[in-house]
Design a protein around this ligand. Structure first.
Ligand SMILES: C[S@@+](CC[C@H](N)C(=O)[O-])C[C@H]1O[C@@H](n2cnc3c(N)ncnc32)[C@H](O)[C@@H]1O
Length: 287
């Protein structure tokens, strides 16, 4: 069925809208750009031209995936974080704007951009936290730990694409297993983590993009959502230099409990960092 690029765009937007999705023209345009390999500007310029039939077929396939509520980032294979392009796959959490609060806090605390800071990231996923910090802090070195092999492969791809090279040591490992602390080494000036923090029983009720498509390993924080914080708190005192910092992403309403967990292992609470929605998103502690 032959159609112009604008016609294909209209059909895709209508199909997304009929499925109850929002931002349908925007998403349809991104899907068409992905199907064609053209930029948004090129698509606008060619709006009245006839598109090859194969483009129409590819766009319908991508649109059908989105109608099943597959996240745009998995369909496109990429998501921007702190202005940097990160490859993503269904093995990793889609990087969230809220997590940029961790970067904002870290750059404020590690104000000297030229110092050879040592940074640890627990639960790398795409690598968006550690790799962004290593891009911003050019003399810093980092270690990242990740339990999922396919997620680790994505983080390694991103490290190479972002030119981080040997400044990042990305390790397979599990903070539930004894001995993990020895493997990551240290001590570190900064420990960052966005661990899984959703209460296990709440996952099924999240939006379908999350509950059906994002990896359970990245979401499931155990019965009360705090299991990962307890595991990390048990070892954190031996991972951090005196005066070092911990910045931990928190779910809405979790900050007070997380402070208690880390205070019980010797850390001192500092003011938390709020996300753009005014929620206490990043818990800050010092040792
Ligand atoms: C919420 S995601 C965060 C990913 C990434 N840091 C970000 O901010 O987008 C948590 C990550 O921790 C990893 N993870 C979960 N349990 C783990 C464990 N026991 N040991 C190491 N990594 C774990 C998951 O596989 C997932 O990649």
């Amino acid at each position: 069925m032959t159609a112009t690029y604008d016609g294909l765009l209209r059909d895709a937007a209508a199909a997304l809208s009929a499925a109850g999705l929002d931002n349908v023209r925007f998403e349809a345009r991104l899907l068409l750009a992905h199907a064609t390999g053209l930029s948004i500007e090129q698509l606008i310029a060619r709006g009245n031209e006839m598109a090859p039939d194969a483009v129409g077929a590819a766009l319908r396939e991508l649109t059908a995936r989105r109608i099943q509520r597959e996240p745009m980032a998995y369909i496109l294979g990429e998501r921007e974080f702190w202005g940097l392009p990160f490859k993503v796959s269904p093995a990793v959490l889609v990087p969230r704007p809220d997590s940029e609060t961790v970067i904002e806090a870290a750059l404020a605390l590690l104000a000297d951009r030229d110092r050879p800071w040592r940074i640890l990231d627990l639960g790398l996923g795409s690598g968006c936290l550690l790799l962004t910090l290593l891009r911003e802090l050019r003399a810093a070195r980092g270690v990242g730990l990740e339990v999922s092999e396919p997620a680790l492969a994505v983080a390694r791809t991103n490290a190479a694409a972002l030119g981080i090279g040997a400044r990042a040591e990305l390790l397979l490992g599990d903070w539930r297993e004894p001995g993990w602390r020895d493997r990551v080494g240290g001590p570190f000036d900064l420990l960052v983590s966005n661990p899984p923090y959703i209460e296990a029983g709440a996952i099924a009720g999240l939006m379908p993009e999350v509950s059906r498509f994002e990896p359970k390993l990245a979401l499931d924080g155990g019965a009360d959502g705090l299991a990962a914080y307890r595991a990390i708190a048990a070892e954190a005192p031996r991972l951090i230099v005196p005066g070092g910092r911990l910045l931990l992403e928190a779910g809405e309403g979790q900050a007070p409990e997380i402070y208690k967990i880390f205070q019980s292992t010797g850390f001192t609470a500092e003011a938390s960092w709020k996300d753009l929605g005014g929620i206490d998103r990043v818990v800050s502690l010092t040792y």
